[in-house]
Design a protein around this ligand. Sequence first.
Ligand code: FES
Length: 52
Amino acid sequence: MEKQEIVCYCSNVTKEQILNALDQGAKTLNDIRRMTGACTKGNCKELSPRKT
Ligand code: FES
């Protein structure tokens, strides 16, 4: 997975942003949500290219 790969399509959050949040002390999903904006929207199925 590339660092610039988007992991949250609703908020355009990259893997690198998640890793940076962890480096900056994020311990929980809620921490990551607050720090990056990931997983805070609800259009995941519509926006993700990884449809199943
Ligand atoms: S893909 Fe992250 S909130 Fe929808």
